[in-house]
Design a protein. Sequence first.
Length: 278
Amino acid sequence: MVVIECLKALLFGIVEGITEWLPISSTGHLILLEEYISFNGVREGFWSVFEVVIQLGAILAVLVLFWNRVWPFSRKGEVLGIIKREQLQLWIKILISCVPAAVVGLLFDDQINDLFYNSVTVAIMLIVVGVAFILVEQHNKHTQAKVTTLSGITYSLAFAIGMFQLIAAVFPGTSRSGATILGALLLGIGRKAAAEYTFVLGIPVMFGASLLRVAKFGLSFTALEYLILLVGMIVAFVVSLICIRFLMDYIKKHDFKIFGLYRIALGIVVLTVFLLQL
């Protein structure tokens, strides 16, 4: 049984590693997969912890790939003796972007899950954001990005991106990366800078969400549950490394329309599965 459960965790880790960073909604894919595959020998409520905690593996991938871009301390010292100015400013912007979702999440996390964590909401948001991606990219085809680097993102833009992230925090299926990338594009930020900011923004957001869910569930996992979490996190980490590199190379020559089309197709699939179960 242990081997089978680990294989399930491996599959979920692959899905998480791919869908967390592509703007196609990890929640939508995990919900669809959960309809056919579930863990045995675990306690009630473990799934809600697992789907969030395996994100820690994805976060580690971002830290590995963007370490020099996000680590604020320097041996040479540029500001205050040890802190690098550009990285410090980036983290201030990231924290500003986190404020809307953090406030709403801390106050209404349980209510949001009860109201919106369902297949219908996921399907609708997959389709709506998919259509939005196509429309925005079609519009941007004839415009020039105003901001093309992380340092060019202002504090006001950072807050605006945070408001788009709030949409994803409230409505599952939106995709955190999808919402922030789409918002950044609407705000005149180039694809590369939008994707990079989204990846870095995921560090405190996903880490905080994982800690919040673990705190509610407690740390008293069984040996099998610890093993499932570990396998899922490691696989999510490895797959995330590959996926992030792929996306950064892909957007050098392509736009996000293909992801919009995929979201629409997946939304239709999720909605169909739900209707067939009625």
